[in-house]
Design a protein around this ligand. Structure first.
Ligand SMILES: [Mg+2]
Length: 349
């Protein structure tokens, strides 16, 4: 990793805080008309127009949320932005601005911060997001990144977690469990590397899993696809902690129960083969894996014809009365109660 052991690297103290801010923000350009003033004054200025403003924030701490021994800094920057954009899309809004605040210890030279911001900039360019501010400061140990994303939506378009109704269908975009398995593969390679640094890992069988872990993409496309299909979800959430945990949020806030079907869970073939190799239950991984950044939503049952067969979506179950609880129907047609565990629950197994 890019630690400050190399004398050719540039120490952050040489630049000073304002020099650093200028240096890392100079190539960012403003994309959205709602950004009146980005970096460079005491505060950014946004034009909220007649829409509603969506605000979401996330704090990532080295050693807790990311491990730089297998997470390249550029990927970390990209992913830190995705995590926040995903929350804006989960409200059925469009994301337009971010602020980025970082704290780094003196083991990070300027080149490391440049790598991190290269990832942030790639995310901004790809998703048409303006960087409008933030803060940089020093930490006594490790790296912290806090990103706030700002978006907007028409009042009538915003989708909350609390609107799911009995008989609504439960739909998920993309597939589940791959990011968690990618992490398992990277953790295993880290252990192998510790024992034998000359070992060249063969990761060909895990490319999709590793990409899902290191370079997730937020589902910016989903609000647009739904609009085209003339489907308005009754509730929506993004999958950051795992399907079970997100279903709990929707059901608790909507005061309903749910029934999902094991054989309907969308799994990539690499998820199935790697679960076999790691002796993990693929259903458990799909339910509790987390970090998929797919969107989970409910739609009125009358919209079934519009949703079914769309390659972006899988109908995985339906909403029930609150007193039915949250249940999974297994392939053997048995009903078992869902537990609200995030991806941490898998770690101890
Ligand atoms: Mg979320």
């Amino acid at each position: 990793m890019l630690e400050d052991k190399n004398p050719q690297k540039t120490s952050l103290s040489e630049l000073g805080e304002f020099g650093l801010i200028n240096h890392i923000t100079q190539h960012f350009k403003v994309e959205n008309p709602s950004t009146i003033k980005a970096v460079g004054d005491d505060a950014a200025v946004l034009d909220a127009s007649e829409k509603q403003t969506l605000v979401t924030t996330d704090l990532l701490i080295e050693g807790v949320h990311f491990d730089l021994s297998y997470m390249p800094l550029k990927h970390l920057g990209y992913k830190a932005v995705m995590v926040n954009l995903s929350d804006v899309y989960a409200m059925n809004g469009s994301a337009e601005q971010i602020t980025v605040s970082i704290a780094v210890s003196n083991r990070f030279p300027l080149e490391a911060i440049e790598e991190l911001y290269a990832g942030i900039q790639l995310a901004c360019n790809t998703y048409k997001i303006d960087l409008i501010g933030g803060d940089t400061t020093s930490s006594t140990k490790g790296m912290l990144i806090s990103i706030t994303a700002i978006g907007k939506a028409n009042k009538e378009d915003v989708i909350y977690r609390n609107g799911a109704k009995e008989t609504d269908l439960i739909v998920v975009s993309g597939d589940l469990g791959a990011a968690y398995l990618g992490l398992q593969v990277l953790e295993r390679e880290k252990q192998v590397f510790k024992v034998d640094p000359n070992n060249q890992p063969d990761l060909d069988n895990y490319t999709y899993l590793i990409e899902r872990q290191l370079k997730p993409e937020a589902r910016k496309d989903v609000p647009g696809i739904l609009k085209e299909l003339k489907v308005k979800p009754t509730a929506m959430i993004d999958i950051s902690d795992g399907l079970s945990s997100e279903l709990f949020h929707i059901c608790t806030q909507s005061k309903v129960g749910c029934k999902i079907y094991e054989d309907k869970l969308p799994l990539d073939p690499q998820v199935i083969s790697t679960c076999e190799e790691f002796e993990l239950d693929s259903t458990m991984v799909a339910l509790s894996g987390g970090e998929d950044y797919e969107l989970l939503f409910t739609v009125p049952i009358d919209d079934f014809e519009k949703i079914k067969g769309n390659p972006n979506f899988s109908v995985i179950g339906h909403i029930t009365a609150e007193n039915q609880g949250l249940n999974l129907v297994t392939r053997a047609n048995q009903e078992i109660e869902l537990k609200a565990q995030g991806w941490n629950a898998l770690k101890g197994d």
